[in-house]
Design a binder for this molecule. Sequence first.
Ligand SMILES: Cc1ncc(COP(=O)(O)O)c(C=O)c1O
Length: 407
Amino acid sequence: MKKIDWPFEFPGTYWIDEKEENAVVDVIKNGSLFRYYGLNNAKYVDAFEAKAKKYYGVKYALGINSGTGALITCMQALGVGPGCEVIVPSYMWVATVGAVIANNAIPVLCEVDESFCLDSVDLEKKITSRTKLIVPIHMSGCPCDMDAIMAIAKKHGISVLEDCAQCNGGSYKGKKVGTIGDMGIFSLQLNKNMTSGEGGLVITNDEKLYFKAFSSHDMGLIRVNGRLAVPEPYAVNWGQGRRMSELCGAVASVQIDKLDAITGSMVKSKERIKKGLAGIEGLRFRKLNDATGDSGPFLIMILEDAKKAIKVAANMKESGLRNIFRIADYGLHIYYNIPSLVGKVPLSPAGNPWSLTENKSSDYDYKKGACPRSDELFARSILLPIPSKLTLEQEQSVVEIIKESVK
Ligand SMILES: Cc1ncc(COP(=O)(O)O)c(C=O)c1O
């Protein structure tokens, strides 16, 4: 088997240069590490939010400490709590389901289809009188079928929170992901399309949701000129101390200018790799809900059956390819690999959220088998990260390795 030196899958990191460095140094030199005040005013989180509003074309953008923090905060703003069910896809990240639990609500699993995003047919079947929120996750870089999801949400009067952590810069039918539902969240953690190491972003066009999220991410109040101020009663909340630091803001405010170049590079590499793999018997790619909206960071390959996928993944690993996963083995991205979900681990000794009277009608199983169509798909699919700065030679080599591995 041919050997390959495959770069890491940290897209934004390969694009860091003196611009990020200068911004970070500026924060330090100004003694301005807190976004609201300091020795001087560097104001990088403000700059990041202003750029984000323009980039996504939304009225409100809120820098926050992480994608997980963004999810918990948005769910709080959207009124998720005891007695509420939140629909999440079977292919996810533990943070999405964890945010539901953190708000004392109950997650309801929904199948994914061959796009590896929410299956809208199953979605409608999972709605009950207690469904408060649908969380479509634009998984592994590609957008969900948002037309179908929004139509179902509208029909049943349910809110939609888009989890765009893995699809920053992606779009659906010309609209940036995160701008279609009631709110959208992003993660700026190291593995994401743009990064500040840690960090997150909330976007919305809804003023009330913005101020509720703002007060919940900070101290339960709003800020005027950086100082805490009492908002209208609807926005008074319990704060969670999830503010973005100026050091994160410094990096994020530079990286957002590079986001389209980063995703563009991955999309082009992926197109060339897919072209090189076209026509191989028994190898297909994931379904794309909008091919022009792909943000590029992963290629998902679908094989004939689990046995074949195990063999192909092992062959590919042998070549030196980093982080190849048969999706079934892809850690906390798969519902049945999350021990705290399968075991219904409570948040406190009182047993909440599972034990709450308000949640007693929402008794679900999260063990393997809960989403059988997803299970079958995960077993025969392989995920290949597409690094953000590949040479044509590396692309050609990976094509040869995959061809060899599938034989
Ligand atoms: C789909 C999804 N949602 C949420 C998150 C959480 O983001 P963070 O790691 O910034 O808390 C991640 C991060 O891996 C993710 O992949």
